[in-house]
Design a protein around this ligand. Structure first.
Ligand code: PXP
Length: 272
């Protein structure tokens, strides 16, 4: 599905192939991975240590199933070293229950790599992780940590897991990701999301150039962080994008319109 041109079918009521239904569009159909960490954040705020209390809510697995029902192509979770939101039991229940794709975001530590090898998510997205941060800040330094990352990518891929590197839209980091054999990059859209006006357009241009570089290296191009119902209109102009991972804005909107509607609204904005 890579490349600027594709043949597409209209969405509804297809019972047989009719040549007049084919249209040409200028970008891939974007798929959505919903990051459900913040459902677990809400649960942990009330039930931080109580592993088995029957009152624990909201359940991230129930949320994941609603996201799938609404059309999400995958579920994304970040199993952090400090377990501040998603817990080990959550990822194993997700693996068992969801029917789309499981994308595990993780730092490159031996403890979490071993869990990933037991869990066998479809995808892993390697991210930098710092204990004091509120959310993932900045992209991975693939250039600086090349050897350690290469070892992990090789181990994960040997287990049949596709690996993505969460990087800034920076040429050196993208080229290093290709050199170490990653399947995908997820371009960090945080700086773009935080910027406004001209500065935001400059950040968008960095992402566009990054997407071109990654695509030329035959990497699948994904993006994530800080994408919301407003800035998605600019993000969807980036070429070669295949998958967006979006969490906070969808979970926030679900407070007002419900999770299924929040996912459906984002999907509509993503693909017009
Ligand atoms: N992609 C990656 C790699 C992330 O670390 C995060 C945040 O956990 C997201 C996507 C989702 O970001 P947001 O919650 O801002 O949509």
């Amino acid at each position: 599905m890579s490349g600027r041109w594709r043949w597409s079918l209209p969405e509804s009521g297809i019972s047989a192939i009719n040549p007049f239904w084919f249209t040409v569009s200028t970008n891939n159909r974007l798929t959505l991975g919903v990051n459900i960490d913040h459902v677990a954040t809400l649960r942990q705020a009330r039930y931080p240590g109580a592993v088995e209390t029957h009152n624990r809510e909201p359940d991230p697995i129930a949320a994941a199933l609603l996201c799938e029902k609404a059309g999400a192509a995958g579920i994304t979770v970040h199993l952090r070293a400090d377990r501040r939101h998603i817990q080990d039991a959550d990822v194993f229940r997700l693996r068992e229950k969801i029917t789309t794709k499981l994308n595990l975001e993780m730092g490159n530590t031996e403890e979490i790599v071993e869990i990933a090898l037991r869990l066998r998510p479809d995808d892993v997205c390697l991210v930098p992780e710092h204990r004091q941060e509120i959310t993932t800040e900045g992209g991975l330094d693939v250039v600086g940590q090349f050897d350690a990352l290469h070892k992990t990518v090789t181990r994960l891929q040997a287990a049949g897991i596709r690996v993505s590197m969460f990087v800034e839209p920076d040429e050196a980091q993208i080229l290093a990701s290709a050199r170490l054999g990653a399947n995908m990059v997820e371009l960090h859209t945080g700086a773009f999301a935080n910027a406004q006006g001209e500065a935001q357009l400059r950040e968008l241009e960095r992402i566009r150039v990054g997407a071109e570089i990654a695509h030329a290296q035959k990497l699948q191009v994904n993006a994530g962080h800080g994408i919301n119902y407003v800035n998605i209109k600019l993000i969807r102009t980036v070429p070669h994008l295949q998958e967006l991972n979006i969490g906070h804005s969808i979970i926030s909107r679900s407070v007002f319109v419900g999770l299924e509607n929040a996912v459906k609204e984002m999907l509509t904005l993503m693909n017009g």
